[in-house]
Write a protein that binds this ligand. Structure first.
Ligand code: BGC
Length: 731
């Protein structure tokens, strides 16, 4: 049975054929079994059915944002594909989870996995077969880029781990995940016309990295992006889809186009695209597959074998997830929320980063009176979901705008949550629900502590908000937030700034005010905005998030910005902290930074390694050569909560490559662990380093290679607060 199944996989696609010779892991056996079923089904399909399975039915023509044809002969449904990365778009009664950037900010793999699982359960509950997420592109090299918040931040390692946890979580619920947008879709401006060119090494070590982890996690589908790659549309790019994804990473699933990202019939088929969405342009015209694919196959512009390969990949993914039996019908009205708001709150809360806390003003110590100031302290007065796809910035911020949003069933705004809690404790609250500086100053006067709220928003390029066409035009807080803070801080010497933002903002102006004693980086919280904040402000939770990106002092400091024409990724490997390190630029708050109400001590590092130099040569499995994912080094360290209150610390491991490697960023994140420690308690952090984590992409050999020599390792509380050093030598 297994032998037969493996033969089925061998015939499925040349690229994936090595699987047949491999010692199979359970996931591979599962793929093999899925391919066997797919082959049996394929033999029964009519040509029309095959075409239908890989073609969308057209924009606006089904229950979901994407719908395929069905195939009666094998009981195959019209596949429902629905956004998105933080929950189910266009549904009535779903959870608005905290966005991915907030999940990354928790550095908590258990919460990230649970978030994925709950999103998967909600998708299945409403009958969605394919959940269009998670996102690893934009990776986030450009701080102002519009969609960074849909993803996990600019470090490929952190993003890769978050992709694995999210995909495994979603797929554990029986739903196909879709890793998107593949690839080099780093900004919104001109996203549908521009070309991105990147050198091969940077492609592998930054942008492809988290997609490789996604394939390793057995992601069912990958979405090709709007942009061109080296002058070729991503959804026609043989080098991206066939060579990198299918041949090099052994991807057994299918590539689906971004919505209307397809440009030619045969070009995309022969480039390696396996499904087109939504099947027409947004006017219902310009159909490129369907009947057109039919004639292309008849005329041999696309081979019948290529069509079969597409169908087989789509069917195998459906079988892989067990969607062939008992799958619910699509019902966008189903209430599928369960207890998922607990995860939404936990991620929003544990993703909060305490940046500044002078005089330990926080947590609040029963002040008599506090002030709460800013338009984002209340829900948009026009209505909870007044702007479609959240295309406006009014009121409390939950998420950015675009296709990666959901309709809220509720939003707990900051003032409501703070007031409820303050009432219980007999604390008086003065409130100014606008961004008017005069009114803010008035509310702040006489309060023991003034909380002033600012936001920054961004989103997808098909909507423009307050002049921002997706990407942000600047890195300042919106609505003249610097002025609001200045006026409030002038009126109250104990001012705490709360920032809700899609990504980094410049804090220099805010920090010039002597009245600003604290900054709470509350990130992008989803529906539990106010509750999460209250947990931290009142000390029920000790803040334990860490920045998933760098906050620089000037927009130029990042060395990457939105471009007008094509982008040739000249910064190469040097994005975010890799760039700040390389150029010796002092950030305002570095990648991985975050304060706590307690203190942690680091001690007793131990380092061991079994790594051998040279290329990974293992059998190809989903994700790449099998040995690339073997653990080759283990670093441990003791972390002690040396303060007075319970807390959690994200211990981070950074690796510096030996000089025998080609020039590599000064240090790179290669491990992290969140430890929950009671006051006085000590725990051990363990970092298991995979062969991949100490390899570089050797462009000449076209292989991942471990260089010879001494690797330096450092363990610490942030990328610039490294407390312990060690080393191991590969010889
Ligand atoms: C976005 C995708 C999304 C698709 C379907 C596109 O505009 O880029 O992320 O999945 O629309 O809504």
């Amino acid at each position: 049975m297994l032998a037969k199944a493996l033969t089925a996989v061998v015939t499925a696609a040349a690229a994936f054929s090595q699987l047949g010779q491999a010692q199979t892991t359970p996931a591979d056996e599962k793929w093999a079994a899925a391919y066997e079923k797919a082959n049996t089904a394929l033999a029964r399909l009519s040509q029309n059915e095959k075409i239908g399975i890989v073609s969308g039915v057209g924009w606006g023509k089904g229950a979901c944002v994407g719908n395929t044809g069905s195939a009666g002969s094998i009981n195959y449904p019209s596949l429902c594909l629905q956004d998105g990365p933080l929950g189910l778009r266009h549904a009535r009664s779903v959870t608005a989870f905290a966005p991915a950037i907030q999940a990354a900010s928790t550095w908590d793999v258990e919460l990230i996995r649970q978030r994925g699982q709950y999103m998967g359960e909600e998708a299945k509950g409403i009958g969605v077969h394919v959940l269009l997420g998670p996102v690893a592109g934009a990776l986030g090299k450009i701080p102002a880029a519009g969609r960074n918040w849909e993803a996990f931040g600019p470090d490929p390692y952190l993003t890769g781990i978050a992709m694995i946890e999210t995909i495994e979580g979603i797929q554990s619920a029986g739903v196909q995940a879709c890793a998107k947008h593949y690839i080099l879709n780093e900004q919104e401006r001109n996203r549908e016309t521009m070309s991105s060119s990147v050198d091969d090494r940077t492609m592998h070590e930054l942008y492809l990295w988290p997609f490789a982890d996604s394939v390793k996690a057995n992601v069912a589908s990958v979405m090709c992006s709007y942009n061109k790659i080296n002058g070729t549309w991503a959804c026609e790019s043989q080098s991206a889809m066939q060579k990198l994804l299918k041949d090099e990473l052994g991807f057994p699933g299918y590539v689906v186009s971004d919505w209307n990202a397809q440009h030619t019939t045969a070009g995309s088929a022969n480039g390696g695209m396996d499904m087109t969405m939504p099947g027409s342009d947004f006017d219902g015209r310009n159909i490129l597959w369907g009947p057109q694919l039919q004639s292309a196959v008849q005329q041999n512009a696309v081979s019948a074998a290529r069509l079969d390969d597409m169908v087989r990949r789509v069917l195998a993914s459906w079988y892989y997830l067990g969607q062939d039996s008992g799958y619910p019908q699509v019902n966008m009205n189903a209430n599928v929320q369960g207890n998922h708001k607990e995860n939404a709150r936990a991620v929003a809360r544990d993703g909060i980063v305490l940046l500044k806390n002078d005089g330990n003003l926080l947590p609040l110590k029963k002040p008599a009176k506090i002030a709460v100031i800013g338009s984002s302290t209340v829900v948009n007065s026009d209505g909870l979901n007044a702007c479609p796809d959240r295309g406006c910035n009014k009121g409390a911020l939950a998420m950015g705008w675009g296709s990666g949003t959901v309709d809220l069933t509720y939003l707990v705004a900051p003032h409501e949550a703070i007031k409820a809690r303050a009432d219980k404790e007999g604390i008086q609250v003065s409130h100014s629900p606008s961004d008017d500086g005069g009114a803010g100053a008035q509310a702040a006067q006489g309060a023991d502590i003034a909380f002033v709220f600012v936001t920054a928003d961004s989103g997808e390029g098909y909507i423009e908000v307050e002049g921002h066409g997706g990407d942000r035009n600047h890195l300042d807080p919106w609505h003249d937030g610097n002025r609001l803070v200045q006026q409030v801080a002038a009126a109250n010497p104990n001012t705490i700034v709360v920032v809700h933002s899609v990504g980094p903002i410049l804090l220099e102006s805010i920090l010039q005010n002597t009245g600003v004693k604290g900054i709470v980086w509350a990130g992008l919280p989803g529906q539990e905005n106010g509750n999460a904040l209250v947990d931290v402000l009142f000390g029920d939770t000790n803040p334990n998030g860490k920045l998933p990106y760098t906050i620089g002092k000037r927009a130029e400091d990042w060395g990457a910005a939105v471009v007008n024409g094509d982008d040739n990724f000249r910064e190469g490997l040097y994005i975010d902290y890799r760039h700040f390190d390389k150029q010796s630029i002092e950030p305002r708050y570095e990648f991985g930074f975050g304060l706590s109400y307690t203190t942690f001590e680091y001690s007793d590092i131990s380092v061991s390694s079994t790594a051998t130099p040279g290329p990974a040569t293992g059998t190809l499995k989903p994700g790449g050569p099998e040995d690339l994912y073997e653990i080759v080094a283990t670093i441990t360290a003791t972390i002690t909560n040396s303060g007075e209150v319970d807390g959690a610390e994200v211990a981070q491991l950074y690796v510096t490559y030996p000089s025998s490697a080609p020039e590599t960023p000064p240090k790179q994140l290669r491990g992290f662990q969140k430890l929950k420690l009671k006051a006085g308690e000590a725990g051990e952090a363990t970092f298991n380093v995979r062969r991949k984590d100490i390899s570089f992409w050797d462009v000449g050999q076209q292989k991942w290679v471990v260089p010879e020599g001494e690797f330096k390792v450092a363990v610490g509380a942030s990328s610039r607060d490294l407390r312990l050093d060690g080393a191991f030598t590969v010889a």
